[in-house]
Design a protein around this ligand. Structure first.
Ligand SMILES: [Zn+2]
Length: 280
């Protein structure tokens, strides 16, 4: 099921509108943990300023507006205690807990606050940088180097052979789980070339009929997952035993249920099941 675009509710901006000074949404991070109110449905705090929350941030960035309400992200010193009744919780554990638009905005927020933190000084000449007031950029006033938030595109592919899909067991992450073939795009290659290279490297086969499926931002730490479907072309499955421990073909009935229902990976697996069993 395709989600609605976040831009139905969210308008990005880098400088606040001074006339819009009502309560703001605050995405406040203590390392990778987001401040939430567990007694109020895990809502993020809304306040006119951070004094109301007794929070002293080390840095703040404006994010734009959600449903017309200003949104900010802020970071506190590691070890800061949450205000009364609230908790700092790992953002990754909040996938499927938070409203999806709030989760996506929190993902944007943590990437922006980390980019701000990691580019206080110019990586080329070491001078103190300045934050641009018209685009998301940190600029060196001495040598002119500009740094934008980093994004790392990765490709993920559903490979189908007749009525079966190829899933592999990786040596990292969830070791007992079979999942789709995925990997980061390398400098100088297209998304399509990245798909062919990753598949050849990880399972030793060739595919054809590559089709774009959809994409998903994944802020851990700064990925953009780009999903494809493809047909098996030729070759025998061969795994390296290091990165990939095993790979095999599964029918729609045999596919293990995906861990989450809203990721691009589960959308691709559900696409395969819908096309090969009339659902299950
Ligand atoms: Zn510089």
């Amino acid at each position: 099921m395709k989600r609605e675009s976040i831009y139905k509710r969210y308008v990005p901006a880098v400088t606040p509108d001074e006339k819009n000074n009502g309560p703001a949404y605050w995405f406040i991070f203590n390392s990778d943990k987001l401040l939430l109110n567990p007694e109020d449905n895990f809502k993020i705090p809304s306040a006119e300023d951070l004094n109301e929350l007794s929070i002293s941030p080390v840095r703040i960035q404006y994010l734009g507006t959600l449903d017309g309400q200003p949104c900010y992200t802020a970071e506190v010193e590691p070890g800061t205690n949450p205000p009364g009744g609230m908790v700092f919780q790992d953002l990754i554990s909040l996938y499927e807990v938070l409203d999806e638009d709030i989760f996506l905005l929190a993902g944007r927020a943590i990437q922006i606050i980390n980019w701000d933190k990691d580019h206080q000084f110019c990586g080329r000449c070491g001078s103190l940088t300045q934050t641009s007031d018209y685009e998301m950029a940190k600029i060196c006033p001495e040598c002119g180097l500009m740094n934008f938030p980093r994004l790392s595109p990765a490709v993920i592919t559903a490979i189908v052979k007749e009525d079966k899909i190829l899933l592999a067991k990786h040596s990292y992450g969830f070791k007992d789980r079979y999942s789709l073939i995925a990997g980061f795009v390398e400098p100088g290659e297209t998304l399509e070339e990245a798909v062919h290279r990753e598949i050849k490297e990880e399972v030793g086969i060739k595919v054809k009929g590559l089709k774009y499926f959809g994409s998903q931002p994944w802020p851990f730490p700064h990925s953009l997952m780009v999903g494809f479907t493809a047909q098996y072309k030729e070759g025998e499955i061969k795994v390296d035993g290091k990165e990939i421990l095993d790979a095999k073909w599964f029918t729609a009935q045999e596919v293990p249920p995906p861990p989450s229902q809203v990721s691009i990976s589960s959308e691709l697996i559900n696409w395969f099941i819908d096309n090969n069993s009339g659902g299950r």
